[in-house]
Design a protein around this ligand. Structure first.
Ligand code: GLC
Length: 636
C-alpha cells in the first residue's frame, strides 16, 4: 500500500475532488500513511487489507465533510498547537443537568463565555441503554442523540454555534464497550458469527478464570468480576465495568473500522475532541492486568493517523486513569512519541492537590511531580480538580517512602479525611467502591464539599467560610496555572455547588454515589455571582480572574514543561516555568496560616523583584492563608 494507491482508494469514494483538495489530500497522506501502516501492522496480520478499507472509510466521510469544517481543518493544520494555547479553558457538564437539552446549552453560551470557556466537554449524550447506563457510558446507538436531549440535527446546530463562538465541543467516544442492547451485541446474542467476533465470548470458565487471576476489579461493589454469563449468548462475555457494558474486541479489525467510521461521522457533525473513554482497557493479554498493553498505543496511532487525514481539526483525549509511568505512553513514548492522543488527564496533579490540602504539606506533591515523566512538547494534559468520577487515591508507595510516609497509611488517611471521618477534617464526602480485599477506598463528593464549604456554611462561622473559599481558589489556581495543558472546570465548582444528597431518590442512580457530585445546575445560585460579597461572587470572579491571567500569560503555553522546586517550607508549593519571555515561578500556600515570602528561593530563579501576574501587583511581604501567586521579575 503506497501513497498513490491509498489516494486512489479515497478518491474513488468522492464524486468530485478539485485540484486544491486533491493536493491537500496527497500531502496529508504523505505525512500520515506511514504512521497508519505502522500502527496497523503492529496489531493486524492483514494490515494491508485493513489499510485499503481505511482508505474507503476515509473517502466516504471526506465526501461528506461540510465546507466550514474543511475550513477548520485548514486552520488547525496551520495552528497545530491550538489546544496548547493559554486561552483554551475547558468546562465539563451534563447536557440535561446544565441546561435541560442541547438547545438549552446553546442558550447558555453567554454564561460560558463570561467565564472564559473555549472548550466544552458535554458528558455522554448519545443514545444509551434504557434504565441503568453508567451515566451514559453504555451506548446503544452512537449515531443517535438521547431523545430527551434533542436530535443529531440539534447536536450539529450546537456544534456550529459553539464553533462560531470559538468553543470546541468534546464528546465521549466509549470505545472499550457497548451496551448489551447495542445492535452489535444484539446480533451477537442472536448468534450472528460476524458479531460474536466483536466481543470476547467464552463457552466456560476456563479462560475467564485464567484471566481473573491477574485482573483487578473496577466496580467491586456493584459489578464484581470481569465476566458476565449471558443465557442468550450461551457464554461468558467480557464485562470490565457493569454486566451490561460489553467489552469490544479490538483484535478484530472490523471493530477498528467501525470506530474509525464513527469518529469521522461524528467529526462531520462538528465534534472537535474525542474523549477516548476507558482506553487503557482496550487490549487483553493473559497474565496481565489487561491495561496499558502496547497494542493500545499502536491502535491509537493508527486511528489518529487516519483521522489526521480525514478530519485534521480533530484531537483525541485519552481517558487513562493509570500510574504516571503507564500514563505517559498515552501522549506517546518510544516509537509512538507525539503520535497518539493530543491530550490525557493529569490524574496525579489532581490527587496531589487534594493530598496537600488535607496534610497542609507539599513534600509528597513536589516529590511526585519531580518523578513525573516529561510529556512530548506537542501534547497537553487535561488538568482538573474534580470530574464526574470518584477520586482514586493514587499515591505511589515509592513517592511516599521518599518523603518518609507509608503509602498505604497515607491513602487510608486521605479517604478518611475526605469522608469527613478524620479528626479535624473540613471535608464532607463518601466512600466509593470500598474493597476489603485490597483496602482500596475511593472518594465521591463535590469539590466545594470536599474543600470544606459545606461544613463551614453549616457552622455559620465566617472565618471557616472564608477559608473554604480561599482553599477552593488555591486548588483551582494550581491546576489552572499548571501550564502543561487545558484546565477543566467541573460544572458547579465555579459557584461552590455542594454535594447533591438527593441522588438516592433516582432508582437508576441510588446505588452509585458518584451521583453525589453530579448535581443539577442551580441557576438561582448562578445569579448570585452578580452580587458582591456572596460565596458565588467570590468563587466565580476568583476563577474568572485566574482564567484571564492564564490567557494573557504566554509562559503558560502547554509546549513548555513545568518544574517543581524543592525549598525549605513544607507548606509551600513552588512551580517553575522557564520560558523565553521570562521565567514564571508560582507560589502556593497550602496552609491556613500566614507564611513568610520565599525570597531566597525566588532569587535563586532570578526573580529578584517579584511581580504577581494574577493580581497584577508587586508581590506582598508575606503569604496569607492559601495564597497563590504567579510571579515574574518585575517588568521595567
Ligand atoms: C470512564 C468514565 C466512567 C465510566 C467508565 C466506564 O472511566 O469516566 O464514568 O464509568 O469509563 O465507561
Amino acid at each position: 500500500m503506497d501513497d498513490r494507491r491509498f489516494f486512489q482508494g479515497i478518491a474513488e469514494q468522492m464524486v468530485s475532488l478539485d485540484p486544491y483538495r486533491a493536493t491537500d489530500l496527497r500531502a496529508r497522506i504523505h505525512r500520515y500513511l506511514n504512521e497508519l501502516k505502522a500502527g496497523l501492522q503492529a496489531v493486524y496480520p492483514e494490515a494491508d487489507g485493513v489499510a485499503e478499507r481505511v482508505a474507503r472509510v476515509l473517502g466516504q466521510n471526506l465526501a461528506q465533510r461540510p465546507t466550514d469544517l474543511q475550513a477548520l481543518d485548514l486552520e488547525r493544520i496551520h495552528t497545530p498547537d491550538w489546544f496548547q494555547k493559554p486561552h483554551i479553558h475547558g468546562y465539563i457538564a451534563y447536557t440535561d443537568r446544565f441546561a435541560g437539552n442541547l438547545k438549552g446549552v446553546a442558550e447558555r453560551v453567554p454564561y460560558l463565555k463570561e467565564l472564559g470557556i473555549r472548550y466544552l466537554h458535554l458528558m455522554p449524550l448519545l443514545l444509551p441503554r434504557q434504565g441503568e447506563n453508567d451515566g451514559g457510558y453504555a451506548v446503544a446507538d452512537y449515531r443517535r442523540v438521547r431523545p430527551d436531549l434533542g436530535t443529531m440535527d440539534d447536536l450539529e446546530a450546537l456544534c456550529t454555534k459553539l464553533r462560531q463562538e470559538g468553543i470546541s465541543l468534546c464528546l465521549d467516544l466509549v470505545l472499550n464497550h457497548v451496551a448489551r442492547e447495542h445492535p452489535w451485541a444484539q446480533a451477537a446474542r442472536q448468534g450472528d458469527p460476524r458479531y460474536r467476533d466483536y466481543f470476547y465470548i467464552y463457552p466456560d470458565r476456563t479462560l475467564p478464570d485464567a484471566f481473573e487471576r491477574t485482573l483487578p476489579e473496577v466496580f467491586p461493589d456493584f459489578a464484581p468480576g470481569n465476566f458476565t454469563w449471558d443465557d442468550e449468548l450461551g457464554g461468558w462475555v467480557w464485562t470490565t465495568f457493569n454486566s451490561w457494558q460489553w467489552d469490544v474486541n479490538w483484535s478484530n479489525p472490523e471493530v477498528f473500522l467501525e470506530y474509525l467510521d464513527l469518529i469521522l461521522w461524528l467529526a462531520n457533525r462538528g465534534v472537535e475532541v474525542f474523549r477516548l473513554d476507558a482506553i487503557a482497557f482496550t487490549w487483553k493479554r493473559l497474565g496481565t492486568n489487561c491495561q496499558n498493553q502496547p497494542e493500545v498505543h499502536a491502535l491509537t496511532q493508527a486511528l489518529r493517523a487516519a483521522v489526521r487525514i480525514g478530519a485534521p481539526a480533530v484531537a483525541f483525549k485519552a481517558e487513562a486513569i493509570v500510574a504516571p509511568e503507564d500514563l505517559i505512553a498515552y501522549l506517546g513514548t518510544g516509537a509512538h512519541f507525539g503520535k497518539v492522543s493530543e491530550l490525557a488527564y493529569h490524574n496525579t496533579l489532581m490527587v496531589q492537590i487534594w493530598s496537600s490540602l488535607a496534610s497542609r504539606d507539599t513534600r509528597l506533591f513536589t516529590q511526585a511531580l519531580k518523578r513525573f515523566p516529561e510529556k512530548p512538547p506537542s501534547t497537553a494534559w487535561a488538568t482538573y480538580l474534580r470530574c464526574h468520577d470518584d477520586i482514586g487515591w493514587a499515591i505511589s508507595d515509592t513517592d511516599a517512602a521518599a518523603v518518609g510516609l507509608d503509602g498505604a497509611a497515607h491513602r487510608r488517611f486521605l479517604s478518611e479525611f475526605y469522608k469527613g471521618d478524620f479528626p479535624g477534617s473540613f471535608a464532607r464526602g463518601m466512600h466509593f467502591q470500598e474493597n476489603p480485599a485490597t483496602g482500596d477506598r475511593r472518594t465521591s463528593g463535590m469539590a466545594a464539599s470536599l474543600a470544606g464549604l459545606e461544613t463551614a456554611l453549616e457552622s455559620g462561622n465566617p472565618r471557616h467560610v472564608n477559608l473554604a473559599i480561599e482553599r477552593l481558589l488555591l486548588a483551582h489556581a494550581v491546576f489552572i496555572g499548571y501550564g502543561e495543558g487545558i484546565p477543566l472546570i467541573y460544572m458547579g465548582d465555579e459557584l461552590g455547588m455542594l454535594n447533591d444528597y438527593d441522588y438516592v431518590k433516582e432508582p437508576a442512580h441510588q446505588d452509585d454515589n458518584r451521583w453525589l457530585h453530579r448535581p443539577r445546575m442551580d441557576w438561582a445560585k448562578a445569579q448570585k455571582r452578580r452580587q458582591g460579597g456572596t460565596v458565588e461572587h467570590r468563587l466565580f470572579h476568583g476563577l474568572k480572574a485566574l482564567l484571564e491571567a492564564r490567557a494573557r500569560t504566554p509562559q503558560l503555553h502547554a509546549a513548555f514543561p513545568t518544574q517543581a522546586l524543592w525549598q525549605a517550607n513544607p507548606h509551600l508549593l513552588l512551580l517553575k516555568r522557564p520560558h523565553p519571555q521570562g521565567t514564571v515561578v508560582q507560589v502556593y500556600n497550602f496552609s491556613e496560616h500566614d507564611q513568610p515570602f520565599p525570597f531566597e528561593a525566588l532569587r535563586a530563579e532570578g526573580v529578584v523583584q517579584p511581580f504577581d501576574l494574577i493580581s497584577q501587583a508587586p508581590a506582598p511581604a508575606y503569604l496569607g492563608p492559601y495564597a497563590r501567586l504567579w510571579l515574574v521579575q518585575h517588568p521595567v
